[in-house]
Design a binder for this molecule. Sequence first.
Ligand code: FAD
Length: 415
Amino acid sequence: MSDAQIIVIVGAGQAGAQVAASLRQEGFSGKIVMFGDEPGLPYQRPPLSKTYMKEGNPDRLLIRNQAFFDDNDIVIRSEVRVAAIDRDAKTVILADGERQPYDHLVLATGAINRTLPIPGIDLAGVLELRTLAHAEDIRGRIGAARHIAIIGGGFIGLEFAAMARGLGTDVTVLELADRVMARAVAPETSAYFDEFHRSIGVDLRLQTGVKEIIDRGDGHAGGVLLDDGDRLDADLVLVAAGVAARDELAREAGLPVDNGIVVDPMLQTADPAISAIGDCASFIHPLADGRMRIESVQNATDQARAVATRLAAEASDNDHPPYSGFPWFWSDQGDRKLQIAGLTAKADERVVRRNNRGGILVHCLKDGRYVGLETVNASGDHLMARRLLSAGIELDRSSLEAADYDLKSFKDRLT
Ligand SMILES: Cc1cc2nc3c(=O)[nH]c(=O)nc-3n(C[C@H](O)[C@H](O)[C@H](O)COP(=O)(O)OP(=O)(O)OC[C@H]3O[C@@H](n4cnc5c(N)ncnc54)[C@H](O)[C@@H]3O)c2cc1C
């Protein structure tokens, strides 16, 4: 893009902040304007369900400080919602009607927590966790809570459960599926965390739905009514039932959406002047069979870098390789660090090993080839899997068996 051009970013989160920073690193010297509907500067969300509840220092969450954005001439307009896109005029329209033209638009709008269509969902004391404001609200209440019911045994529900147990609060996790984190991890990893959470005193109830959140009599939640008719007392109820992509702007502008904003392998939407990245983007990855959407820091950061490289390079007309960022993820639950390298969900065979730090390694294969590794408290192995797989090194079952699945044995294949 030429230096006189304007790149507008909608969403001042992990992906938005990174694409702005990377554009400057790549030498783009046009105008960058980023809109975010939350207050303050872009911040990291992962600590919100982990260390932040104890520390409570929002400055430690910042992705970059104000001086960075000033020094790099990146305009951040906080607490400003983009209400619509006028694609013909290449302009975004803000909630107050102000118009901001763009030459290229990057949608980095993230995701929104799913709510539940059950009675009582609007009662006071029914909480969610996605933003710093949510975390502040929870921090203000958690000290006085004796019993918290968490609806959803996914990453955020379980991280929060372990954190709350660390504060001495009674916790019940209510999960509809027959195992925790069922959408994201192997059954062996679910079983490991099932045992861990019970060992720290979490009352974990699987295959348990919630019919209603009960009013204690003053408009505040006092418990939950379960599908089987059981009643559970709770001072607070955290709804952690997954997220949906914030794809409404794109949809209303006539762009295709399919569980997220549909982008091509270059992360470009059907409109060549608009890209989408991070939690909101439905994309194609060379390691995956079909379209997918990933909610992770790695995905937001790597997609932001890829788009920045493409946009900065367009001025010099370079070739742009399709996006191929190697997927990896982590989740800290109490003193257990879960790490995932690769796309393990597609595995048809798994081999489990335990380490001497109380951790577990779940090696994942598909059609006899290594596709990923899920680990707990085994960061060295996680990093080795990432290095081998992201370098495209193919490991088959027989060589893995010969090495008893010790990935360090394959280190010399890395150049
Ligand atoms: C509690 C919690 C814990 C997590 N833990 C982990 C973890 O351990 N590991 C990991 O890899 N990932 C974790 N994640 C996920 C990770 O934080 C997200 O994948 C990442 O933040 C996605 O970045 P993003 O920029 O796509 O979206 P976000 O960071 O959500 O940013 C999007 C921003 O766009 C704003 N926005 C949306 N629409 C508009 C509009 N129309 N106008 C203006 N602004 C708009 C939103 O308000 C938001 O501020 C966690 C997430 C949460 C909530």
